[in-house]
Structure formats: structure tokens, C-alpha cells
Design a protein around this ligand. Structure first.
Ligand SMILES: Nc1ncnc2c1ncn2[C@@H]1O[C@H](COP(=O)(O)OP(=O)(O)O)[C@@H](O)[C@H]1O
Ligand SMILES: [Mg+2]
Length: 282
């Protein structure tokens, strides 16, 4: 599953209510990962590098344009807060392009993210497999885009391929980057996975600012295209082994969930208020 209802915590919450175990991230980590703005706020507050940004509700923009324009240094990238596959994303180098881009992004979300445009850039993706206790990183990939924004067409309809999905994107595996940068990215990927509380398999996408040689976490995909199997194959893990791992992690998570107290047997409305004071164990 992908996107709205499948990847944003909705179906995960439904499974929780039903007591059904499932592969992948839970309600909270799925929901947070789906919102690019909330994700960036959480990463920033945990000192994980993210590209400079501002955000607003689309309605605020129409009421208060000048206030936001003051904060913008062109060129910028405009993104709807959710969705993926580059839908609703555009770049702007001046005010008229910005106005158009915000209107366009507003078709997909009521929250708009504006980021500094990184150029020239290198994109690097890393898959992470595991849970909050233990996680592993895959080899890194470098997707190669045909334009300056890796578009929906690049991702799903590369020339010469008949709609093979993400696996048809042009890419270098392993990515051609220095060892030091590779280690830094893998380390950031594991930290990000832990902060969001992901489980199963995710893909974390990075942007390298080639001019400054700085790396930023761009986004997390909690249900990555093709489960990132091609990255795990390149890491010496067969697809069947990856599936086994995913199912084991899901069952472990379900067992852990079943052991947690989610309700309290006593009727708290009948208790003596004094017994509810902090530190009183009755
Ligand atoms: N700050 C940025 N500067 C330059 N290019 C960017 C920036 N953010 C995104 N891009 C380009 O746009 C593409 C899509 O953006 P991304 O945030 O990954 O959205 P999606 O969820 O649609 O994949 C990226 O793969 C990258 O090529
Ligand atoms: Mg992306």
C-alpha cells in the first residue's frame, strides 16, 4: 500500500483496533512520516540536519502574503505537506512562480512547505530494517533524475520500461560517494529511524549540497517503493529473507503490544480521590 490511508497511519490504526499484527511502521510513526512539515520539525529538534524551511496553511498565505515573502530567499522548492512521488512539487525563482507554485501545491494539501533550493545536489537513499531496539542499514543508492526534480515520471515511467514502478528509476548502487560521507548518512539514517519509532523496512532519502558538501535528511518513506528489496539484495539479503525478517519484526511488535497495559482495571471514578495522589501505589 502507498499514500493516503495506506501509509499515513489510518490502516495501521484500524489493525490496532482489530488486534491484527502487521508489517511496518505503527500509527504514530506512519502519520508523522507522512507529513513533511511535522517530520522536519521533529528532526530539527533532534539536531538532525534538514534543509532550511518555512511553512504555513494555504489560507494564511492569502491573508498574509507579505509577511511570508519577507522570509523567502529565492530560489525555493514548494511542496504540499503530504503526498509523495513529487506530486504537487515545484520550484520558483521569483514571486510570480512562487504564487503559482503555492496555488498548485494547495490542490494537494492545506499545509505548504517552502524549502531552500539546493543546487547542485546529489540525492542518496538508504533503507533501514529493524525496530527501535535493533536496526540495520542497506547499501546506499543514488537515484539519477532526468530533469532537476526527480519527478513522478522519473520514478514510475522511465523510458524503455513498461510501468515497472520504482525499480525502473535510473540509479547507481552502491552510490559513488566517499566512505566518510557514506558512514555519516548511514548513521543519520539509523538515528532518524529511531527518533520516528519506525519498524519494518523504510527508505530514508538524503540530499547532499555539493557546493557545501553538507548532507540533509530530506524525507522518510515508511512504505518504500518495492520495499527497497533491490537495496537489500545488494546488501546480500535475498527477497525471501527480507520478507521473513519483516514478518518476524511484526510478530515481535505484536507480542510486545499485547504485554503493555492499555487499561486500568479499577474504576477510577469510584476511588477515594486521596488514593490518586502521585506516589500512592494503591
Ligand atoms: N530542497 C531541495 N532542493 C533541491 N531539490 C529538491 C529539494 N527538495 C526536493 N528536491 C527534489 O524534488 C524531489 C522530490 O522531493 P521530495 O521531498 O523527495 O518529495 P516526494 O515525497 O514527492 O518524493 C527530490 O527527489 C529532489 O529531486
Ligand atoms: Mg522523495
Amino acid at each position: 500500500m502507498h499514500g493516503t490511508y495506506g501509509e499515513d497511519g489510518t490502516i495501521q490504526g484500524f489493525f490496532d483496533l482489530k488486534g491484527i499484527s502487521y508489517v511496518g511502521s505503527d500509527l504514530l510513526s506512519s502519520a508523522v512520516g507522512m507529513d513533511k512539515i511535522i517530520s522536519k520539525m521533529i528532526l530539527k529538534s533532534n539536531e538532525i540536519p534538514v534543509v532550511d524551511f518555512i511553512w504555513f496553511y494555504e489560507k494564511e498565505w492569502y491573508k498574509n502574503k507579505d509577511n511570508f515573502i519577507k522570509k523567502i530567499n529565492f530560489p525555493v522548492i514548494i511542496k504540499p505537506a503530504n503526498l509523495g512521488s513529487s506530486i504537487g512539487i515545484s520550484k520558483a525563482k521569483n514571486l510570480s512562480e512562487l504564487t503559482e507554485a503555492i496555488e498548485f501545491a494547495g490542490n494537494f494539501s492545506n499545509k505548504i512547505l517552502i524549502e531552500k533550493m539546493i543546487y547542485p545536489l546529489k540525492e542518496i537513499n538508504c533503507s533501514v530494517l529493524g525496530d527501535s531496539e535493533k536496526s540495520f542499514t542497506s547499501v546506499l543508492e543514488e537515484p539519477i533524475s532526468s530533469g532537476d526534480i526527480l519527478s513522478y515520471e522519473d520514478k514510475y515511467f522511465s523510458k524503455g520500461n513498461n510501468n515497472k514502478g520504482i525499480t525502473s528509476t535510473k540509479r547507481k548502487i552502491p552510490a559513488d560517494i566517499p566512505k566518510e560521507m557514506e558512514n555519516k548518512i548511514k548513521n543519520l539514517a539509523k538515528k532518524t529511524f529511531k527518533i520516528f519509532g519506525n519498524s519494518g523496512v523504510v527508505r530514508i532519502d538524503f540530499i547532499i549540497d555539493k557546493k557545501e558538501n553538507e548532507v540533509f535528511v530530506n524525507e522518510i518513506n515508511t512504505i518504500p517503493g518495492s520495499l527497497s528489496f533491490y537495496l537489500w539484495e545488494a546488501t546480500n539479503k535475498k527477497f525471501s529473507e527480507l520478507l521473513n525478517n519483516l514478518i518476524e519484526i511484526a510478530l515481535k511488535k505484536q507480542r510486545e503490544k499485547e504485554n503493555l497495559k492499555i487499561s486500568y482495571k479499577k474504576n477510577i471514578f469510584n476511588l477515594d480521590p486521596k488514593s490518586l495522589k502521585m506516589g500512592n501505589k494503591n
